[in-house]
Design a binder for this molecule. Structure first.
Ligand code: ADP
Ligand code: MG
Length: 337
């Protein structure tokens, strides 16, 4: 439905988007994830024809955004980072204005009514946009994107600046839209794309660093061969035993978490199930293993991993207050490594 080929954008000398290619299938909800400054808004502005690329191609349902902009843009509804709302209009006046601007052919009353129902702003139609809460303004922004029934909705950080209740409501609106539209949604919040999207593309420093389902991203990076174990006994003795188990790449002590025992992280070679080997070796040395668990990577871990491996600058130009982390079991463990 949407095809992006070798997209590059320079602002002067600054490379904001660096040779990105990907496709979005019809009906898909795609998450475009990346830290602030990664190039998400730039990419979305190019996808929607608001900004021209330095090089590369974008086609929407076969229509090139540059050669055939009228047809391509008809297929797209866009919620930019800063929605162009007119504060002195009522919601209804504004939607009428957008309807005229887009030269929509459908029955006006019916069409606008349906959109207002979907984003739940029916009762707000006569209110001035200036007087709406941020959550309702965002709904109006989504509503204007839906005017003209575009097949593809491109939403740039649709939940930014909303309170938790509004975030949940907007997410459920987006999920609902996903049933009848192709949706591309950008976010710097990991749990957001995890909650809404079927596929995730991660960009960092203008480069595409990962593209997969949230589940597969987890599998490809974790290899399911990293474990955390708790063993009763002395640290040195346990390390001696673990270091001599075949198939183990490294062992790291996490120190005491429970009286009389030490926690360790063990990484095994790929395709070796070291668990029985660890069990037998420890039992042979009379060091009881109290627990052993696989360390599944959360999307947070994956995000940090792919942005780090690619020489990323995750924290460099990011205001830490802008990063929203959920403390998961696995990133708690990660911090202790
Ligand atoms: P994101 O939406 O992922 O936060 P942007 O696409 O807004 O990222 O920005 C990508 C990079 O391009 C950033 O380093 C940003 O500072 C830079 N940039 C964005 N817009 C402009 C512009 N109009 N002029 C110069 N640099 C820009
Ligand atoms: Mg942005």
């Amino acid at each position: 439905m949407v095809e992006i080929k070798n997209l590059t954008k320079k602002y002067g000398n600054k490379l904001a988007v660096d040779n990105i290619s990907f496709t979005i299938k019809k009906g898909e909800i795609l998450g475009f994830l990346g830290p602030n400054g990664a190039g998400k808004s730039t990419t979305m502005n190019i996808l929607t024809g608001y900004l021209s690329a330095t090089s590369g191609e974008v086609t929407i349902d076969g229509h090139d955004i540059l050669d055939d902009p009228v047809e391509a843009k008809k297929k797209i509804g866009y919620l930019p980072e800063h929605p162009p709302l007119y504060m002195d209009m009522t919601v209804r006046e504004y939607l009428d204005f957008v309807y005229d601007l887009k030269n929509v052919k459908e029955d006006r009353e019916e069409h606008i009514k349906k959109i207002c129902e979907t984003v739940k702003i029916v009762d707000m139609q006569n209110r001035l946009i200036a007087n709406l809460s941020k959550g309702y303004k965002q709904r109006v922004g989504i509503a204007q994107a839906m005017v003209g029934n575009p097949e593809v909705l491109i939403l740039d950080e649709p939940t930014v600046g909303l309170d938790p209740k509004q975030i949940i409501e907007i997410r459920s609106v987006i999920k609902k839209l996903g049933r009848s539209h192709t949706v591309i949604l950008s976010s710097h919040i990991l749990q957001e794309v995890n909650a809404i999207c079927e596929r995730v593309i991660i960009i960092n420093g203008g480069k595409l660093v990962a593209s997969d389902t949230p589940e597969n991203l987890g599998k490809s990076i974790s290899n399911e061969n990293k474990f955390q174990l708790r063993v009763a006994g002395e640290e040195r003795k346990i390390l001696d035993v673990l270091e001599n188990v075949g198939g183990i790449k490294y062992v790291k002590s996490l120190g005491r978490k429970e009286a009389g025992s030490i926690d360790f992280i063990v990484e095994a070679e790929p395709n070796v199930d070291v668990r029985p080997l660890i069990f037998n070796a420890l039992a042979g040395a009379q060091l009881p293993m109290l627990s052993l668990q696989t360390m599944d990577l959360s999307l947070e871990d994956i995000f940090l991993e792919v942005t780090r491996v690619q020489g990323g600058t995750y924290f460099e130009d990011v205001d830490e207050d802008d990063i929203e982390f959920v403390e998961t079991e696995s990133n708690k463990k990660g911090e202790e490594q």
